[in-house]
Design a protein around this ligand. Sequence first.
Ligand code: 2HA
Ligand code: ZN
Length: 289
Amino acid sequence: MKVIDAEFAKGFFRMCVDGFYQGWHERNGGNASYRIKPEEVDEVRNDFGNINGSVQDGEWQDIGTTVKNLACEFFMVTGSGKFMRNIELDPAANVCILEVDETGTKYRIVWGLTKGGRPTSELPTHLMNLEVLKNRDARFRVVYHCHPTNIIALTYVLPLDSEIFTREIWEMATECPIDFPEGIGVVPWMVCGGREIGVKTSELMKKQKIVIWAHHGAFAAGYDFDETFGLMHTVEKAAEVLVKVMSINVYKRQTIEPDQIRQLGKTFGVDIDERFLYEKRPGARIGER
Ligand code: 2HA
Ligand code: ZN
């Protein structure tokens, strides 16, 4: 089967393009990765190395970090400098499949990037996240990074504190504590595109599946494309509500209270992390404890 006809590839392309239409991928902003299942690799293996007559040289390159637990696995990832918008028009030119070698330090491109290029600049972060997530629960396969406006806006006005961010976002939509009961991770501003920010992000991905990069964007992880995109969409929607609430007033007249969040946990059978259910002092403004 051709890669572009495979269900996993179609799901990957759709997630990227849907993000563009949400306004989360200006220019070449954002990137995505998917740890391909062995049976899916088998389905498309005969399409590797030859796209429209353009044969990838398949040279091994340094990842820039070590991901031993991903050795010999295959990944679909977006290309560095490529625009998500163009994935709709020509997926094979903007996305690639790469293979990680048996040491977990090198990769080679086996499909895609037909007009040249390299995998996303955030490859170290993607692979380190996928490794941590695989160790946590092998069903995790998708990591998605985008630049959602309201989430980014909040990183200028809320303390860069995971507990406060989570709590304020949770209060903005009933589904939030149910969808991400482990809360939101927050990384302070750092230079992107390297190993250091990847280490920091993957540390948080040991427990959480949504991590915000201050003044930059967010990373979401999930078992499949719908779950991952849906998680990002849910957090960004709640962030939009919070931006509107904060635009009207610095206080809330009423909100979803900690005991009500606990009730949600019981009703829906999810383990809500008590860390985020701190008592606020009377008269606290939004973003204060
Ligand atoms: O340009 O979003 O974080 C791609 C990015 C880098
Ligand atoms: Zn980015």
